[in-house]
Design a protein around this ligand. Structure first.
Ligand SMILES: [Zn+2]
Length: 492
């Protein structure tokens, strides 16, 4: 049971550790230096604050003094086991007897922004699985499912299931791609708009068109651009190597520029070094003098290309100010099935013995599938991580949980140190969505996530299922939806 303190319109959160990159600029005083144990040094600096919450906003923030006054012992209320117990504020600038909750140095993060999802495909695994785990099979299976099942009522329920998961886990903004061929997009867009309206107080939702970009050379493609402009959406599609690619891209950039739309592409979702569509998109952006925000997702093949190629691509991506979103869970699931990407490496290592391994029904992937996230970030390019598909043929698992995305990304990409990547699932993707910042500071909405963990090590060591999501100053009450809610959408 939660403390009554949260029912108050005004209360203090004491001893909150906040990663410095998640603080609103100007929140820290000049000359501030981190005051945390040396063992935490490899991490990003953390600042300890007391925060006053009033009317759903952060109204005061002070570097924490109550922990010093109390000799490091908790004072007043405590955060333990996913529950709060109330207490009274004990600092020397206590204005009055406002309820206070001692977070005991627990971490406070901005809410998640999930930059790349596919709500329309979500939750179909049990009726339409991926038979061999490959990308090609996923494409075919999703097309079959779309033609057979996608109607307004069932789309609404699956998409809302995904939103509930996302919200409960601590997300405040989410962008979804919507399969956009033919007349089905009218159904999907109508469902999306209904959900956007229904959830407007809880989640900021954006829709992106998903078609092969040659579609935009057709009249239907132009009409599609108009449809997405009408819903304040984002223009996008998946980009494939093609002799006519420059013309296709020029058309998309023109359509977006004319309508003032941002762009979001699926690029190079493969382990084929010959796939360089990310570079082609960057070149097209520069050629067309595009001024909107561009996001490119996946970019996997960049990681298997020769250095000279990589350098050239990163240089153009930076010039074009493109943001990159990596989808580590989906990439880990789909990439390098049957060692397609790493076969040259396996061949070189094993030679004649490769045939011996190939007699087995399945083989172990050698490649993690993700793009060069470190190199991109070190080059000054914004890098975000996102969910991508959940429980569909492109990714069998997932729950739209920004925390799971982060913790998996840390393991897959070795993001542990020396820089902290906590902005890659929070403030960076929100900025790439063109939304106001959700950095923590005075005047900002009291929207954040409270963890018991006091540093990155404690944070990553446990599942953090007991995190508490605060929205407009109150803990959210919604619970994760039960899978049985969708049972009747399965074929008999
Ligand atoms: Zn995707």
């Amino acid at each position: 049971m939660l403390s009554d303190d949260f029912k108050c319109d005004r209360y203090w959160l004491l001893n909150a550790r906040i990663p410095v990159s998640l603080l609103l600029p100007g929140t820290l005083p000049d000359g501030w230096s981190p005051d945390i144990p040396k063992s935490d040094r490899p991490e990003e600096p953390l600042a300890v604050f007391d925060l006053e919450i009033h009317h759903g906003k952060i109204t005061q923030m002070h570097l924490s003094r109550s922990s010093q006054l109390a000799g490091g012992q908790p004072v007043g209320g405590q955060f333990a086991g996913g529950q709060f117990a109330g207490g009274q504020f004990a600092g020397d600038w206590q204005p009055d007897s406002v309820p206070a909750i001692d977070l005991r140095q627990g971490l406070v993060w901005s809410c998640f922004a999930d930059l790349h999802t596919h709500l329309d495909k979500g939750q179909i695994w049990q009726r339409t699985a991926n038979l061999d785990g490959t990308f090609d099979c996923a494409l075919g299976q999703c097309q079959t499912d779309r033609e057979q099942y996608w109607q307004a009522a069932e789309l609404y329920r699956r998409m809302e299931f995904g939103l509930k998961c996302s919200y409960v886990h601590g997300t405040q903004a989410l962008r979804t791609h919507l399969d956009a061929y033919g007349e089905k997009i009218e159904i999907s867009l109508a469902v999306f708009q209904a959900l956007q309206q229904e959830w407007r107080d809880r989640l900021t939702l954006q829709a992106v068109s998903l078609v092969s970009i040659d579609y935009f050379l057709t009249p239907a493609g132009e009409a599609l651009a108009d449809q997405f402009a009408a819903v304040d959406g984002v223009l996008g599609g998946f980009v494939q190597m093609h002799p006519d690619l420059d013309r296709q891209l020029d058309r998309v950039f023109t359509l977006a520029q004319e309508r003032g739309l941002a762009l979001d592409f699926h690029t190079d979702e493969s382990g084929n070094p010959a796939d360089i569509t990310l570079r082609q998109v960057a070149a097209a952006a520069l050629r067309n003098h595009f001024t909107g925000q561009i996001v490119c997702g996946h970019c996997c093949s960049l990681a298997v290309q020769p250095l000279a190629e990589v350098v050239q691509t990163i240089d153009l991506v930076k010039q074009a100010q493109i943001g990159i979103v990596s989808l580590p869970m989906c990439n880990l699931y789909l990439q390098d099935r049957n060692q397609r990407a790493s076969q040259h490496f396996v061949q070189a290592t094993l030679g004649d013995r490769l045939a011996h391994l190939q007699q087995f029904a399945t083989q172990t992937p050698r490649w993690r599938g993700i793009t060069l996230v470190h190199e991109l970030r070190h080059s000054g390019i914004p890098v975000a991580f996102a969910s991508d598909n959940c429980r569909d043929p492109f990714h069998a698992y997932g729950d739209h949980d920004g925390w799971e995305v982060f913790t998996q990304a840390v393991r897959i990409a070795q993001l542990d140190a020396p820089i902290n990547w906590c902005d890659s699932v929070t403030t960076v993707p929100l900025k790439l969505m063109g939304q106001p910042t959700n950095q923590i500071g005075v005047g900002q909405p009291a929207d954040f996530i409270l963890f018991q963990a006091r540093n990155l090590n404690e944070l990553l060591a446990r599942s953090q299922q007991d995190r508490i999501v605060i929205r407009q100053g109150k803990p959210i009450e919604m619970k994760l939806p039960h899978y049985s809610e969708l049972d009747d959408l399965l074929p008999p």
